[in-house]
Every structure is written in structure tokens, then in C-alpha cells.
Design a protein around this ligand. Structure first.
Ligand SMILES: [Zn+2]
Length: 82
């Protein structure tokens, strides 16, 4: 996939979407009352909606449909395979 470049400011920093998040989170705490490290599960019970429009990270202008821009890969995974 070619780099996504903002048509407004030529930025290659990437883009963001705006999603509405709904649901109940159940964060875990340790016996000391500390916020537990393993709290990734709290996102599993949340539902996302929206996020169809992508905006430039630098100039915040609309750059296109997120479904056309999102690769479906994680940045972590891509870096490991290089
Ligand atoms: Zn931009």
C-alpha cells in the first residue's frame, strides 16, 4: 500500500477517526488498590460506532473514507516483519 498523504497539508503523519464508544467497562484492581496492568479486556465489552470519516493528524481536515484507508494491520506487526 502506498503512503497516505494528506491532500491539504502534504502530511504523512497519518490520520484518525472519531468513534462513539458505548458499553460497560470492568477495570481490575490489585489487592493494594492499584490499577491492574492487565486491563486490555475492558475494551472487549465496548461497542464502536461511527469512525467512517478519516481526518489528518496534522491539519485535522477530512481526507477520505476510513474504510478505504485502514489497512487492517497493526503497526507493531508490520514493523516486526520488516
Ligand atoms: Zn493535513
Amino acid at each position: 500500500m502506498t503512503d497516505i498523504i494528506c491532500p491539504h497539508c502534504d502530511s504523512k503523519e497519518g490520520f484518525y477517526t472519531k468513534e462513539q464508544v458505548k458499553g460497560t467497562a470492568t477495570p481490575h484492581y490489585t489487592k493494594n488498590g492499584h490499577y491492574a496492568i492487565e486491563n486490555g479486556h475492558i475494551y472487549d465489552s465496548l461497542t464502536h460506532s461511527g469512525g467512517k470519516r478519516a481526518y489528518c493528524i496534522d491539519c485535522h481536515k477530512y481526507i477520505g473514507k476510513s474504510e478505504d484507508l485502514i489497512s487492517g494491520l497493526l503497526e507493531e506487526e508490520v514493523k516486526e516483519s520488516v
